[in-house]
Design a protein around this ligand. Sequence first.
Ligand SMILES: NC(=O)c1ccc[n+]([C@@H]2O[C@H](COP(=O)([O-])OP(=O)(O)OC[C@H]3O[C@@H](n4cnc5c(N)ncnc54)[C@H](O)[C@@H]3O)[C@@H](O)[C@H]2O)c1
Length: 308
Amino acid sequence: MRVLVTGGAGFIGSHLTAALLDAGHAVTVLDDLSTGKRANLPGAEERLRLVVGDVADQAALEEALAGQDAFVHLAAVASVEASVRDPVGTHRTNLEASVRLFDLAARLGVKRALYASSAAVYGDNPALPLGEEAEKRPLTPYAADKLAGEHYLAHFHRAGHLDATAFRFFNVFGPRQDPASPYSGVISVFLDRARRGAPITLFGDGEQTRDFVYVQDVVRALVAALARPGQTPPELPVFNVGRGAEVSLLELLAAIERLPGVRTPLSVSSAPPRQGDIRRSVADVSRLRATGWEPRTGLEAGLAATLG
Ligand SMILES: NC(=O)c1ccc[n+]([C@@H]2O[C@H](COP(=O)([O-])OP(=O)(O)OC[C@H]3O[C@@H](n4cnc5c(N)ncnc54)[C@H](O)[C@@H]3O)[C@@H](O)[C@H]2O)c1
């Protein structure tokens, strides 16, 4: 299969690209390298093509999409904080580009479509574990764009123009997640500091929880979905992708402290809670499990693999 991966030079995208190449597919990556890196991709691989361009740019999209059998749309400004600071700028990438991509793919007949949505669409909904039907409470421009992207995708799917599936990723972690921004995945930040013996800042009481899912488990869900024909219209299939385990930040720190190679005790300093931080989050992943998928990597094994 010929597959376009937008955002394929990023954290999740580069793991997905490697897995697709391993499975024998030909991959085109469209990425503007804003947070992604060329070095995340395999060097000499004739079934891989990198188009450096903006996913909101029609010409770049046309170049990347022509001749594909399917696309996986991962390109986004993945920082909630950036969307709060610059809602107009991030909206261009996080929604406008998605609508352009869906529309062009439909016109070019590239029907099979996978879309990276986010647990952020549930906001602070306390109805845990969060099933796909739980009320959506997007609290940020990032979450609003992700949810709107799902609605647009559902439109193209209902109309029979795309054969689409949406995935709501919970907190994905693993190697190559960039710890540079304090707002990137908490695990990458904590592990980076733990490795260097640098102080870790804990916002709030540490009892806030997340559903941490290892990147390879996410990738397996996407690769399997590409191999499976989608459902027939009208309903857009939507799947949570998490581990279904609720882990507090204090439990996360304790797990990090148990890793070989980490300087203990960790130096942890407390800071006031961050405004808008979601208190608790955990996915109900029974819908994805019913397809035969299950998470294979537990928290500690995933942390060890990420630490390297
Ligand atoms: N990491 C998580 O925990 C998580 C959780 C929920 C959803 N997601 C979603 O998964 C997807 C991948 O996220 P990630 O964690 O790998 O982040 P990432 O920042 O590593 O990957 C995003 C990629 O998109 C590229 N990109 C950004 N703007 C672009 C543009 N205008 N044109 C072309 N390329 C552009 C970046 O260079 C990068 O390679 C995103 O859609 C993100 O919103 C991630």
